[in-house]
Write a protein that binds this ligand. Sequence first.
Ligand code: TYM
Length: 335
Amino acid sequence: MSDKPRVLSLAQPTADSLHIGNYLGALRQWPPLQDQYEAFYGVADLHALTVDVEPAVLRKRCLASAAQLIAAGVDPTRSAVFLQSHVPEHTQLMWVLSCLTGFGQASRMTQFKDKSARHGSDAANVGLFNYPILMAADILLYNADRVPVGEDQRQHLELTRDLAQRFNARYSPTFTVPEPHIVRSVGKIMDLQDPTAKMSKTSSSPNGVVDLLDEPKLNAKKFRSAVTDSGRDIVFDEQNKPGVANLLIILAAFTGRSVEDLVEGFAGKGYGDLKVAAADAAGAEVTPFRERTLELLGEKTELEQILADGAEKARAVASRTIAKVYRKVGLLRRG
Ligand code: TYM
């Protein structure tokens, strides 16, 4: 075991592909953290059961998600790359934490609130209600110090911190209180068709979501048909020109240039130029990423072996935590 601090993050396999919001906001931050941290990166397949999904589709998405983590640069020889369901301690800890979570506090989680408000409380299942508590268990099980995620996970991180502190105060210091690692500039990538809504796997407008595994040509087309704003000048104004601002943010992220610098360079040019530049910059990074993912998916046995090894590494830590937690709350060891 290493004495480095720990980093952990998971992504849900709720679509056939991750999108550039997931990539810029989260995934791309993961590989550089592998140097200073002991890293645990995984696929939240149990979380994905909160939405109705065909079993065969879920199986495919789990492997595709794992392959995308590796294609993004997560190195399985250094990090534990695993499927959440391969480590049963996640659900064991979730139960203990759910007994420490107020019903009111869980009801205030916006994801559950939005979904039950939109579709009625029966459309949102109890799994969705428990979702943030399972996420807290994912994090606390490994005593993660840092959790690289997008802005939409901030509230869940707050709950996680709260539960860690509550457990520590009630029993004795046990859990590390984790820090979210949210990169402000890319923490919330917006939908290309509706730049006032975040890009999301469940978006109603597939043209607004750039999937990492889609044909590069299709993605370039999505950029070209991105909704922009009235006016003609390329300026960064998130309030009044959210479409242009989003394209500038995406272009800045993929080129490593600052938004100010880009705006200067686009003086006298039009929205069409910005769209083409964003499409080209995204394509240059995403196309090799896609090829690498498809290659990994062609080596299914190797990929499954990576996940088996990752689960073993993860379980070595998780089983110790759950034993400690069970003991502290007063559960007897099996004799
Ligand atoms: P998920 O699968 O929805 O998204 C994976 C990661 O992508 C980020 N993200 C975005 N970032 C920027 N702009 C966007 N439009 C955008 N959309 C998504 C998410 O914030 C996330 O970091 N609950 C988590 C999965 C999870 C998890 C965990 C994360 C389960 N257990 C433990 C961290 C630690 C989720 O649904 O992410």
